[in-house]
Design a protein around this ligand. Structure first.
Ligand SMILES: NC(=O)c1ccc[n+]([C@@H]2O[C@H](COP(=O)([O-])OP(=O)(O)OC[C@H]3O[C@@H](n4cnc5c(N)ncnc54)[C@H](OP(=O)(O)O)[C@@H]3O)[C@@H](O)[C@H]2O)c1
Length: 290
């Protein structure tokens, strides 16, 4: 019997989705990939979701599509819930019908962020903005609807494609600003765990091969402030340019952010020998690949 998994990837042109597509398409001994972009499937259209996902007997459906503009979610609550939650429910229903594993990519923003330690999989989520609430609702609908599901939480994502929803990624923004000599101010009191999409794609491969279900935290190892992140980016890119550290109170945003949304995993060591490298190593690898 063939061990090749038939995988449908939704959001295949996104920052994470494009790295999943690139990695999985190179592993044809393990995966037969169908990459779906918004042109192939608008996930807010239940009939389209049903029709596309039940047209073949997929073993795995990966949903990497999302409405990721955190500040815009505050005013566009319906869009946030339609894309991040209701669409995820419809995808999970199709997964139930075809008996596929339903993979939902989620976020550190499901956490409140008011404690010093990193959040692990067993911690209770308590989102403090609309984006986080819509993503947690998506997680819950997937877990309650699909008989088999995997929730992969990542955080502060950077990857080759840039976040299409956000117009680039933080690494590129810092490098671009420094190169043109723009003043750079970055908050130094909000902490998180950066995630390189190249690494997250390989982790997802490992998780699928191990038959993992439930919730997994899949960021790069360690935590940093956005200021430390920016400093490392410029230093690893060999660009000498000053960065001013500012408190988040000096940079008001529409959506309130968790002050410490660093995530770590208590599950991964038992599932895979793959170690998520440190966020500094991940930035270095990203910069080298540009
Ligand atoms: N970016 C981050 O910092 C971050 C942090 C934590 C977790 N995450 C999660 O990681 C996952 C991937 O995010 P990302 O950074 O790769 O975002 P992204 O680059 O914006 O990709 C999201 C993709 O979803 C597609 N999409 C949006 N609405 C859709 C719809 N109605 N139907 C079909 N496709 C739709 C977008 O297509 P268009 O380009 O056509 O709009 C885009 O290709 C998401 O689940 C996100 O919540 C991201």
């Amino acid at each position: 019997m063939s061990n090749v998994l038939k995988v449908a990837l939704i959001g295949a042109k996104g920052q994470l989705g494009s790295d999943i597509a690139s990695h999985f398409s190179q592993c044809d001994d393990r995966y037969q990939l169908t990459s779906l972009t918004r042109a192939d499937i608008d996930i807010t259209q239940p009939e389209a979701v049903h029709q596309v996902l039940t047209s073949q007997k997929f073993d795995v459906v990966i949903n990497s599509a999302a409405y990721v503009r955190v500040d815009d979610c505050e005013a566009e609550v319906e869009t946030a819930f339609n894309v991040n939650a209701i669409a995820a429910l419809n995808i999970a229903r199709a997964c139930r019908q075809i008996e596929a594993l339903c993979v939902y990519i989620s976020t550190d923003y499901v956490f409140r962020g008011d404690r010093p330690d990193p959040y692990v999989e067993s911690d209770i989520p308590e989102p403090i903005n609309i984006y986080g609430t819509s993503k947690l609702t998506g997680e819950q609908l997937v877990r309650q609807t699909a008989p088999r599901s995997l929730i992969l939480r990542i955080s502060s994502v950077f990857g080759k494609a840039g976040a299409s929803g956000k117009g680039g990624n933080f690494v590129e923004t810092m490098i671009k600003k420094a190169k043109v000599g723009d003043p750079i101010k970055v908050v130094n009191d909000i902490f998180m765990s950066p995630t390189y999409t190249y690494d997250a794609a390989r982790l997802l491969d490992e998780l699928l091969q191990a038959g993992t279900t439930g919730i997994i935290h899949g960021a790069n190892a360690g935590r940093c402030s956005w200021y430390e992140f920016a400093e490392s980016v410029l230093s690893l890119a060999n660009i000498a340019h000053p960065i001013e550290a500012i408190p988040s109170s000096a940079f008001p945003t529409k959506a309130v952010r968790p002050m410490n949304s660093a995530i770590a995993s208590t599950r991964l060591d038992a599932i895979t020998t793959l170690k998520m490298r440190s966020w500094q190593e991940a930035i270095a690898a990203y910069i080298q690949s540009r």
